[in-house]
Write a protein that binds this ligand. Sequence first.
Ligand SMILES: *Cc1c(COP(=O)(O)O)cnc(C)c1O
Length: 375
Amino acid sequence: MNKKIWLSSPHMSGKEQFYIKEAFEANWVAPLGPNVNGFENELEAYLGRDMNVAALASGTSALHLGLILLGVKNGDEVICQSKTFSASANPITYLGAIPIFVDSEKDTWNLCPEQLELAVKDRISKGKKPKAIIAVHLYGMPYKVDEIREVADKYEIPILEDSAESLGSTYKGVKCGTFGDIAILSFNGNKIITTSGGGALVTNSKAVKDKAVFLSTQARDNAPHYQHSEIGYNYRMSNIVAGIGRGQMTILDNHVKQRRLNHMFYMNAFDGIEEIRFLEEPSQMYSNRWLTTIQLPSYSIREGLREFLLKDNIESRPLWKPMHLQPIFKDSPAFINGISEDLFKKGLCLPSGSNLTEDDLNRVILGIKTYFTKC
Ligand SMILES: *Cc1c(COP(=O)(O)O)cnc(C)c1O
């Protein structure tokens, strides 16, 4: 059997263990310490725009706290991009709130501004103004930041920006993760940089960051004994995990460069195959190309290709199944134009890790070319 080629696997810089060793030597083995502060400072410097970053246990916990900080409560409605990973939507239900799903547009595959406005108007007409809008830069491609912001501002609804897949992407030259009223990042094992598991909440307000840190460390009042006036969470990032993050920050730009090169490599290789279409980068947008995605003519061709690659131990994955089609969310209101469902049926994510070798890429390309000459 040929060596396994993964969709997206962790890629270490070699510096991670230095920070971990330092933490062990100083006995900072806790959900606080110099690596946590260091990692936050490095992320703040990277994002720019005077952002404040709170390092947390995961992107999911960051979304949960983000919704709490935006004032979402039991029974409220929250709009969420339907084409996303389930972690964007699940935290809505943790709060007893109701997700309202909205479909995508064709240019970026992210939240459609027209459908969004339809959804907002409809909910308002039913006496339920949505409390927040969760917009996602899926696969690293920025959503239509200006258009979404315009709708959000018109109806005065805050945006929770899910930037879990888009660290290093930019819109009009500005980093993704700085556009929402609150934004989140993820450092899970398959993301552009990883801490093994981890995430962050991003805000332009120091007070909001402090509140996020307070809630993530069990909401302890300022007292010598343990005292609590609010419900807290155990969501802070540990100092060991943050050490991995500091090592990863030293090669983030390289990872973006490498993933974009993967995308170019695939584009050039499939130039003559008209069944394969790529998502182009709209002007003013720069994607980290976290995953290279392709669209195929039909479901059966897509599945045929996926299984063909799997026989050669190459992992690929259908584009994310929209939330409005998930069994768990089948009863949620949804504003649908068919785009995300079509992408789900015909789209495929190709191996995209920054640690893929030229041999790996050539094996994937040969596999795909063979499939299309055979079929
Ligand atoms: C990975 C991911 C998350 C969740 O992040 P975790 O760190 O795994 O909890 C949320 N949203 C999107 C779009 C993701 O890809």
